[in-house]
Design a protein around this ligand. Sequence first.
Ligand code: GLN
Length: 493
Amino acid sequence: MFNATLKQLSALLAQKKLSSAELTQSYLDRVARLNPGLNAFLSIDAGKSLAQARAADAQIAAGKAQALTGIPVAHKDIFCAEGWLTTCGSKMLANFVSPYDAHVVEQLNAAGAVILGKTNMDEFAMGSSSETGFFGPVKNPWDRTRVAGGSSGGSAAAVAARIAPAAIGTDTGGSIRQPAALTGICGLKPTYGVVSRYGMIAFASSLDQGGPMGKSAEDLALMLNVMAGFDARDSTSLERPAEDYTRLLDAPLTGDRAKPLSGLRIGVPKEYFGAGLDGDVGAAVEAALAQFEKLGARRIPVSLPNSALSVPAYYVIAPAEASSNLSRFDGVRYGYRAAEYSDLADMYRKTRAQGFGAEVRRRILIGTYVLSHGYYDAYYLKAQKIRRLIAQDFAQAFKQCDLILGPTTPSVAFALGAKTADPVQMYLIDIYTVAANLAGLPAMSIPCGFGAGGMPVGLQLAGDYFAEARMLQAAHQYQLATDWHLRQPAGVE
Ligand code: GLN
């Protein structure tokens, strides 16, 4: 059952072979048993989860079930959920119980999904390894001495260890795709504006996007169907007709069943296969490319010439926006407040010095610096110009191809603590993921093999704006022909 797809779980519920209350309880038991070794979940509230499950059972009994009704889903602790502790991985919000639901949470609740719990993450989603959070690092289920990736590492580890059927995460520079790659699961960052940011604690608003994490492309499509949609409370939410993201999954591009991806042009950027890419990761991605060709896709060499500038541009823009977004945590309205202070300015200073961890403080300092008078033009404005060039690179590439394929990360999961002392080394892990955020494009990661130490390797598929259904189709067809996504870590049976 813990390996079942969302469709299979939904069928079990519909056939009354299992109630949502039973399903939820068995996941809660599994969390209780396996989470202590993983630190994937920060909060569990069995009473709340089971109440939702019973309500779902009533919906099912009344014949009103939707695709996700009764299915437990793990929520990254960045999503506000009414009555749930919502910490964003920070001491600053360690006591914050949200009085309202994020739009995504509202949508999942309305669809009858059950909140299984809130998952661990990097503090305020700043990190690539789920080690910067106040509540301790997430461990990779494939090897507990290694990182699970970040910042949605808790959601990724929960799905990988099969202690949650599916999860939600957020991706500002790779935080859905990168942990998905490092834990051998699937994750998708939608086109900017497809999923509302309302109630998703802001890191860098022009880059942040929520998305699904799960065991297969098909599961992601079902989740995205519920998560996507216009929301007037997010000024960048896109108003467009609702899409069924599952519609292309089983629709071969031509009538040829043996070559379901015939005609699909897959762009392979040379910049994603150069120096910095570990050999084991490169080999697994190459093998996957060969498999895509076997399925009928055509390989097209493309170039994204400004790729090397994406990390420097991102690490100016993201901290700049973060420094503004995080100014609301001042000890006055909610969250942590220093116990002792002399006056108002001292209260702000001590609250923020004590409430934020080192990485968050570093980002706020960088952000205020690059936005300050005298440096704005040299750093922030320059980074915005590079951002435009990066978007233009993709626009050029998508004249020649339908999707872009490459590695999600330059290496497999590394040892806990290996990069925490050197922020630049940590930032470089995002080399293949941040460009999609800068350009606002959809991108996903799916497992495609194993590398050094038997650790999972992820491949990234990126598409033009609103190409989610096409990306999911390619990924699904690949998954029908391969079984990397079905592999699960040892020791979590
Ligand atoms: N690793 C990147 C950062 O630290 C991306 C984080 C994210 O996507 N939330 O900024």
